[in-house]
Ligand binder design. Structure first.
Ligand code: DC
Length: 234
């Protein structure tokens, strides 16, 4: 059968990308991190200093979009796909709290979404792709055969993210991380265009109490069930 399209959406720091990478490896699918694309655009606009009183100047951001080229390249030594902005590897630079704080403002700009959704749909056009983000099951691939929606308790998400940033050498308090996650969820759920929401046909996974292995096993069972349903229908 044709390779499937798998969409994973959910709140910030719910482990979407960890799960998506593991499924991609297990199924030999291509993994696309759509959040990395919004982060790369944010980095570009910050580098250009297109801000006034701490807020992005929308019309300048829109004009500058023509100068943004984003690619993913697989790094075999790291065993993962890395993000390139205009030819430069920005994988580390886009994962800081400074970018996390600004990315929701950039991702609320319609022209930014239009450009990135177009690229995402091209990347997934042939199937055999798993993409994570906020609007993958609702807007990017509304016909995806498998849609997962990830949730986890706030304290657990904050703790995971805090450890992740700490391991990367960022000095901050867990309270800062908690606030940043809550703010980002709020902005992502309440923006006018393509807000974060669960697609009607998405299956929710709450991983608060699950280990990585349990979460992967659950997702694979859901996907295999779906494959059987699709095959029976054909
Ligand atoms: O998945 P992430 O935390 O790296 O995503 C960063 C931000 O990008 C997120 O807060 C909102 C935005 N985003 C989006 O609007 N749509 C997507 N499909 C993916 C991310």
């Amino acid at each position: 059968m044709r390779d499937l399209t798998i969409a994973i959406d959910g709140y910030s720091s719910c482990g979407k990308s960890t799960l998506a990478k593991e499924i991609a490896q297990e199924m030999n699918y291509v993994y696309v991190d759509s959040g990395a694309m919004y982060r790369a655009v944010t980095l570009h606009m910050l580098n250009k200093g297109i801000l006034k009183d701490g807020a992005f100047i929308t019309d300048q951001v829109v004009r500058e979009l023509d100068n943004v080229e984003i690619r993913f390249k697989f790094d075999s030594s790291a065993g993962r796909s890395e993000t390139y902005l205009n030819g430069e590897n920005v994988e580390k630079d886009i994962r800081t709290l400074a970018i996390s704080k600004q990315v929701s403002a950039i991702s609320a700009i319609p022209q930014v979404r239009e450009k990135l959704v177009f690229i995402q749909q091209e990347l997934g056009a042939k199937g055999g792709v798993i993409m994570d983000g906020r609007d993958i099951g609702t807007v990017v691939f509304p016909n995806a055969e498998v849609k997962l929606f990830m949730v986890a308790e706030n304290d657990i998400r904050a703790q995971r993210r805090f450890l992740e940033l700490k391991n990367k050498g960022e000095v901050l308090s867990i309270e800062d991380v908690r606030k940043s996650i809550a703010r980002r969820d709020y902005l992502d759920m309440n923006r006018e265009i393509s807000p974060l929401r669960k697609a009607e046909d998405a299956i929710e996974i709450d991983n608060s109490e699950l280990t990585e292995e349990e979460q992967l096993a659950l997702a694979i069972t859901i996907i295999q069930d779906k494959i059987k349903t699709v095959e029976t229908a054909n």
